[in-house]
Design a protein around this ligand. Structure first.
Ligand SMILES: [Zn+2]
Length: 413
């Protein structure tokens, strides 16, 4: 089948193609759907010559929206909230134009499928076939090879829209006298982060740790504590930084637990602070991996809001970084007595999430999911309790000295 050139032009020119499908009995899909979440099951990929067809059965018809992105080449399929009941290995194998795909919750009420492409491709057809017998609907997305130039134009046109990433749903916190702490569980939703040999995802592990830390800090009554996410949802790196700045946070703590290909022997807890230059090659690689979170979810990494562009921002950033260092030192000091530390426990790298120029920020790697021993600890309630206590002490000490220093600074010219 040849693609009508007009159709192709429409694909190239539009910000995104909105395809609204209706069920056989008429009326928009939204109006006739039964209550409850849409469920996706039975996914398949079929290759036929230059075409690759992605098919998924949905419990009811939905509105799907597709867009293309470059570097790397991806096709993004935006859907209303969908519960994906797919086999665990779904999306891992290359088939035709689809190198791999992943899926998950992208923002409250919105799910997404992100396909990595093996080469430039365009959506030559998208259909939903309702099954009158059981009320399900078969969503088919047909991809066809395209030229790099056409793909580039479509991706550029999509970029403006894609930049409207999920806004973190942290409501502004009314400032009282208490310091505001933002806890940032890494990854989430469509971005699972690292995965452990036992099938556990970094996103779930760090979320449950963050809940525990949140509870402990709140219980002290001394802080207002905000989470960048409190459920399994994707938040872009920029939105994590923005939500810390929106609530005028006094401290930002990002929680991660990555894996390393170097082998089982690399383990221990590491505290990172932001810097233009990484302290070492491993840290640079880790930051690079973490900074890809937006790309994993199909979000264009917009220029970070805090690029150092003027002297005041620069000065604030330097001051902030000294506070970040101070907190990192305290954290390492507290962890040291209770945890197995990485051999170089305080490192620096250019993490996007640590870029707020006016919020002291650290990223804590609790351990390596690639290490069996670390993984056992990360899953132990007792160990997590100890880490949360150590962090709470470090937070207390940090604010005690910070406010003492600020008081002293106030009397200087
Ligand atoms: Zn991570």
């Amino acid at each position: 089948m040849r693609i009508n050139p007009l159709i192709r032009l429409a694909w190239v020119g539009l910000l995104a193609i909105l395809a609204t499908f209706t069920v056989a009995r008429g009326g928009p899909a939204w109006a006739v759907g039964t209550a409850g979440p849409v469920i996706a099951a039975d996914v398949s990929v079929e290759v036929e010559g230059p075409k690759t067809r992605f098919r998924v059965t949905l419990s009811k018809s939905v509105t799907a929206q597709v867009s293309l992105m470059e570097k790397p080449d991806r096709l993004i399929v935006d859907l209303p909230e969908v519960a994906f009941h797919l086999p665990p290995n779904a999306g891992r194998q290359q088939a035709g134009l689809i190198a791999s795909y992943r899926y998950g919750l992208f923002a409250p009420g919105r799910s997404r499928v992100v396909m990595d492409l093996t080469q430039p491709a365009t959506v030559s057809a998208m259909t939903v076939e309702p099954n009158a017998a059981n009320g399900t609907a078969l969503l088919t997305i047909e991809l066809t090879r395209t030229e790099r130039d056409d793909f580039h134009r479509a991706a550029v046109a999509n970029a403006a829209k894609a930049a409207q990433s999920a806004i973190a749903d942290t409501a502004p916190v009314s400032k009282d006298a208490r310091p505001v702490i933002v806890i940032d569980p890494g990854h989430g939703g469509i971005d699972p982060g690292a995965n452990a040999a036992n099938g556990l995802f970094e996103k779930d592990l760090v979320l449950s740790f963050a809940h525990k830390l949140h509870k402990a800090l709140e219980a002290s009554g001394r802080y207002k504590v905000v989470m960048t996410r409190d459920k399994d949802v994707f938040i872009s790196l920029g939105d994590r930084v923005r939500s810390a700045r929106n609530v005028q946070a006094d401290l930002f703590i990002s929680i991660h637990a990555d894996s390393i290909s170097g082998g089982q022997e690399v383990r221990g807890l590491t505290v990172y602070t932001g810097a233009e230059r990484a302290s070492d090659a491993d840290s640079a690689r880790l930051a690079e991996r973490e900074n890809k979170a937006d790309a994993v979810a199909g979000v264009e990494s917009a220029d970070m809001p805090d690029d150092v562009s003027d002297i005041l921002v620069d000065l604030t950033l330097r001051e902030t970084r000294s506070f970040s260092h101070g907190f990192a030192t305290r954290l390492v000091g507290e962890f040291d007595s209770v945890a197995r530390m990485n051999k170089n426990p305080h490192r620096q790298a250019r993490f996007q999430v640590l870029r707020a120029h006016d919020v002291p920020s650290v990223l804590v790697e609790l351990g390596y999911l690639s290490s069996k021993q670390d993984l056992d600890l990360l899953m132990s309630e007792e160990w997590r309790g100890k880490m949360v206590s150590a962090m709470s002490v470090a937070v207390d000490r940090f604010f005690a000295t910070r406010f003492a220093r600020q008081g002293a600074a106030a009397v200087l010219p």
